[in-house]
Design a protein around this ligand. Sequence first.
Ligand code: F6R
Length: 369
Amino acid sequence: EKGGHEWFMEKEIHEQPQAVADTLLGRTDETGALVLDELRISEEQLRNVDRITFVACGTAAYAGMVAKYAIERWTRIPVEVALAHEFRYCDPIADERTLVVSISQSGETMDTLMAVKHAHDLGALTVSICNTHGATIPRESDAVLYTHAGPEIAVASTKGFLAQITACYLLGLYLAQLRGESYADDARVVLTELHETPDRIAEVLDRLDRVREIAHFMADTRSVLFLGRHVGYPIALEGALKLKELAYIHAEGFAAGELKHGPIALIEPGQPVFIVVPGPDTPHGLHGKVVSNIQEIRARGARTIVIAQDGDTAVEPFADEVIRVPRTSPMLQPLLTAVPLQVFAMELANAKGLDVDQPRNLAKSVTVE
Ligand code: F6R
């Protein structure tokens, strides 16, 4: 049942190209336009949306954080990401022009469900991005956009996460399409490239030997830091979460720009730091800024493990290790850079002899508060 893999998690990591491809499948017409009739919210209602709020927990919330960058760029609609357990116990601003998008692999997470009900009571439109057909959250929502990742059995979410980012992007691109030509142009380029992404993820999966070795060398490590910017920031948070939950190692993710505001004090000789590097063509000169960040921490003795695109030689002078991913446009990079971090956490747990599929104290779906 594990298809020759040692763990369900490993199997699910390898199913990621399929999970993304299946989530895209059947959602475009022959002209390449997105068709999301399944949403069953009128185009007029969607055109009226003036605010989007994601509600989710854990890894699913990181998918929302990634999507915020993309959807704000494509639609110019303000997007907010709320942890569901915070949203449900505050006084959020939402009305009939607010689209509250819940993200939940299981569709049963209690906090996320209660956040959806709270949003519904405020009159918001509620859309569920969910991997489980007929689960409670989609049933309690106005509309649902299923991720088609297939059943996820390992407690730690992997293919569910990539499918969630994909579905969020489809929703954002669809809203862009509804808002008219000028937005749709940009959107179409990304949509085309999104269809090429499963092959690129498969390429990442073919290149995992080095990250496995690094994990095995690091079996005694007590603390690991993760840095990223822009869409790489939630990926840094995800890398840290995976390591905590699977390998029981203290890990923290930071926005690289925060370094000087405190975290750089943590850097001492030998401190391992993963850095998710944006592609050289990322807007706002972000690539150069992250390279400077690597240089700064390396000068203070950090052991830098850099995740960078093919051909990005600028990182090399400051990297103890470089893990390469194929080139892709900036918004699609998270679908590639998340993968080595998943594998790193899994292999480190393996090296420590831990149960990868069933980490201590955790349940697959959190149906209590
Ligand atoms: C981390 C992980 C959790 C879940 C979170 C939400 O690997 O699996 O953080 O992402 O509990 O679960 P769902 O998506 O089922 O609502």
